[in-house]
Write a protein of this length. Structure first.
Length: 195
């Protein structure tokens, strides 16, 4: 059976391009596993779900090496584990299958995993430099996401949550459960529940 795996790191990033590429190379839409999760770990919910059901003779398609993992160790461990289970690994970026017996393909795969880790490290380094610069030059700099403004919509979410569970509130209002919790905390902290 043919499966596909798509991944982005940021919640604001879109999975559509990867998903489309996987479908174009013959992965059935229902066999595409996609998630927004960091690639520096193997502990990703959708990846683990897919990995658990793979059997000898199955095939997993990735768009690029860095979608497997952003660290050399993670990517190589995942691919070796798949190959040892008898699962074929196809990478669109390489235009072919990864094989333990193809010296050039193996070298190219290893080179691309090293480049993926290097690129990730450069991003982390640039972010750290940007934060350090902002801390040194902006007295109003605060790390983390900016404070949420409690709009009328969020007040309505809060009001609804007073008589309903977090889950019911999330389903009814179209925001995530974690957002409902944050709104409740902020409204209480700022004393807006007494308006």
């Amino acid at each position: 059976m043919k499966f596909g795996y798509a991944r982005v790191s940021g919640l604001s990033q879109d999975l559509a391009q990867q998903t489309d590429q996987l479908i174009k190379v013959g992965v059935p839409k229902e066999n595409v596993y996609a998630e927004k999760f960091t690639g520096t770990t193997e502990q990703r919910p959708q990846w683990q779900k897919l990995n658990r059901q793979l059997r000898r003779g199955d095939e997993v398609v990735f768009t690029k090496v860095d979608r497997i993992g952003r660290s050399v160790k993670v990517a190589i461990d995942i691919v070796n584990d798949l190959l040892n289970k008898g699962v074929k690994v196809y990478i669109i970026q390489l235009g072919g299958y990864v094989s333990k017996h193809d010296t050039m393909g193996k070298m190219l795969f290893n080179f691309l995993t090293i480049m993926a880790e290097f690129e990730h490290d450069m991003i982390v380094d640039r972010l750290a430099q940007g934060k350090a610069y902002a801390k040194a030059h902006n007295p109003n700099y605060h790390e983390g996401r900016p404070k949420r403004t409690i709009t009328n919509r969020y007040k309505a979410v809060y009001e609804y949550s007073l008589n309903h569970s977090i889950r019911e509130t999330a389903l009814a209002t179209g925001v995530s459960e974690s957002t409902v919790k944050r709104i409740k905390r902020q409204v209480r902290k700022e004393g807006l529940d007494h308006d």
